[in-house]
Design a protein around this ligand. Structure first.
Ligand SMILES: C[S@@+](CC[C@H](N)C(=O)[O-])C[C@H]1O[C@@H](n2cnc3c(N)ncnc32)[C@H](O)[C@@H]1O
Length: 211
């Protein structure tokens, strides 16, 4: 984003998440509460109808949507300002690793927030009151695949970063038990190469604000 736009404002409710974000001269980070009055939005994030693009990566399913959409429509330039939101689904490695992953995923069920259902549904059913962008006749979801090279440590770090893992841990449940880690180690070693390409399916909803 910072390579395309002159000014980028990155927001999150979590200070910790912002601390991990890349620092660049044209990105300004702001910690925002889940519900912020318009006057604070104007002061801390952006002024009325000044923004070309709002994006949300893997988070809109947790938002209070009526409030968020009111704020997006207030900051976006009319009529062509764009909202783009995306989620990604489960990582795909190979049959052996994915089998261990899906067993773990099914066991994590009680620790997922109910909002997770919108992700499992690929954002198909999320309310999205925006107009198709030029050249499109709908607002998605449009499917992409993103790839990342990972070794087993990277992959387990990703699992530990997930909301369901953190929730289970806060309730005294270790989802990555010794047995599960051994199963991942065996599965990871069953094909050549410590570094593997991990694929994530991405689902994008995109639309413009209109008049
Ligand atoms: C899966 S992370 C994605 C982080 C970042 N967008 C990215 O792609 O790396 C989800 C983020 O949503 C944030 N979040 C959760 N509820 C929120 C809310 N109501 N408003 C704003 N951010 C929220 C969390 O703090 C967390 O950083």
């Amino acid at each position: 984003m910072a390579g395309v736009y002159k000014n980028v404002v990155g927001t999150d409710t979590s200070k910790q998440q912002l601390a991990f974000a890349s620092k660049l001269p044209n990105i300004h980070y702001v910690q925002t509460p889940p519900n912020m009055p318009l006057s604070n939005l104007e002061r801390k994030v952006a002024q009325h109808e000044t923004v070309d693009l709002v994006t949300v990566a893997q988070a809109i399913h947790w938002f209070d949507l009526p409030t968020f959409y009111q704020q997006v429509k207030w900051v976006l330039k009319k009529p062509n300002g764009v909202l783009a939101v995306w989620c990604y689904l489960e990582p795909v490695v190979n049959e052996a690793v994915d089998t261990v992953y899906w067993k773990l995923y099914n066991e994590s069920g009680p620790y997922w927030d109910p909002a997770r259902k919108l992700v499992d549904d690929r954002y198909r059913s999320i309310d999205f009151p925006f107009e198709p962008v030029d050249g499109m006749d709908h607002t998605g979801p449009f499917e992409f695949v993103t790839e990342r090279k990972m070794d087993l440590d990277d992959y387990l770090t990703y699992i530990r970063s997930r909301a369901s893992y953190q929730t289970a841990k806060s309730k005294g449940v270790e989802l990555l038990s010794k047995d599960v880690i051994e199963n991942f180690e065996r599965a990871w070693a069953s094909e050549d190469g410590n570094q593997k390409v991990v694929h994530y399916p991405v689902f994008l909803r995109i639309g413009k604000v209109g008049i």
